[in-house]
Design a protein around this ligand. Structure first.
Ligand code: TXA
Ligand code: MG
Length: 333
């Protein structure tokens, strides 16, 4: 098994492996990342092969600190600078004009690059050890197979990608549990490409207004494809008010649904998989991907998920559930 506790020794070894062009999975505060040396084209190509990810999907470069920005971005708008100052290290990715030295494989051929300074102490320690060896940035998408459920534990990574990575640093369950918020910038100002762990209210406080939502001019991002973060089992969202009657109908048809509820309590006579998720957004996010994996593993006929409230606090979670439902299928190979 290539799972390792994040000791000072294993972190040094992980940094060595990265410098040699190997893949290392590591924890961040959002989800686990599948890391490669961002300046090594062959190493980054290995990420795409391991994930089964199409080549035109860019990967985020993780940096030790914001002062590395000039190496990666040829311009940093004032709004981006303010967001970085407020939220880095943390769950925010900035899409900026790509610097001349950035490898095309990292940017998926686009003229921009995604940059993030993660807050997780293991990610920070790894970036520091990597920098001591002359490393500049670690390219890392979420450490799952393309289109599937993101990993929030080292065991999730081992299940999805175990053989493809030289080492997995086990930092326990990720505190936040869903991916970073992605903000891009153009002449019309900041634009939200992917809602995520950092809320709109926090962005709005620093920007002085809400970022506009992604429009047709937005650069394509795989996390923004309709089908993503998906279980294999067919998945449907159901309004809280009709969850119980929808479950009843299926039981009457002798079907076996697996349920992710939030407010609705499990009926006494329900014998299948019923997960009661935390009722607050941070708690719900922390457990979301592990819950989706449990529901999928139940091999039920169908997954039913209680729809979430309609306010901004649940925006990123509604986004992930909608994509999970759109991307599910009955193909379990
Ligand atoms: O929380 C996170 O952001 C995690 C951790 C590991 O840092 N990473 C992550 O990476 O979610 P990934 O590759 O699974 O999702 C990053 C998204 C993708 O949809 C990618 O297409 C988009 O960011 N992206 C990266 N660079 C981009 C760019 N230059 N322009 C537009 N989208 C970009
Ligand atoms: Mg991903």
């Amino acid at each position: 098994m290539n799972l390792h506790a994040p000791t000072p020794e294993s972190i040094e070894r992980a940094a060595d492996l990265l410098r040699r062009g190997e893949l290392v999975a590591f924890p961040t505060e959002t989800v686990y990342g599948l890391g490669a040396d961002a300046t090594n084209r062959d190493a980054v190509a290995r990420i795409f092969a391991a994930k089964g990810r199409p080549a035109d999907h860019p990967v985020i470069v993780h940096l030790a600190a914001a002062d590395a920005l000039p190496q990666w971005a040829r311009a940093v708008p004032d709004a981006a600078r303010r967001l970085a100052a407020a939220f880095w290290p943390g769950p925010l990715t900035l899409i900026l004009p790509r610097g001349p030295a950035v490898e095309g494989i990292v940017t998926g051929g686009q003229d921009s690059v995604g940059l993030r300074v993660p807050a997780h102490p293991v990610a920070q320690a790894l970036l520091a050890a990597f920098a001591r060896r002359g490393g500049a940035g670690i390219a890392a998408p979420s450490a799952n197979r393309f289109g599937r459920i993101s990993p929030t534990t080292a065991a999730h990574v081992a299940t999805d990608l175990g053989d493809a990575v030289a080492m997995i640093l086990d930092g326990g369950a990720c505190a936040l549990g869903i991916e970073s918020t992605i903000v891009a910038f153009d002449d019309d100002g900041p634009m939200l490409l992917r809602p995520g762990s950092l809320g709109i209210d926090a962005l709005t406080r620093v920007l002085g207004r809400a970022p506009r939502s992604a429009d047709a001019s937005a650069p394509r991002a795989s996390g923004t494809l309709t089908a993503h973060y998906a279980p294999h089992t067919r998945t449907q969202l159901i309004a809280a008010a009709s969850l119980l009657s929808e479950v009843r109908q299926r039981l009457e048809r002798d079907e076996d649904p697996a349920v992710l509820a939030r407010g609705v309590a499990r009926p006494g006579d329900f014998a299948g998989t019923w997960i009661g998720a935390p009722s607050d957004p941070p708690g719900y996010a922390h457990e979301l991907y592990a819950n989706l994996r449990r529901l999928d593993a139940a091999r039920a006929d169908e997954i039913l998920i209680e729809a979430l409230p309609n306010d901004d606090a649940w925006l990123a979670l509604r986004d992930r559930l909608a994509r999970a439902a759109a991307g599910s299928d009955d193909d379990r190979d």
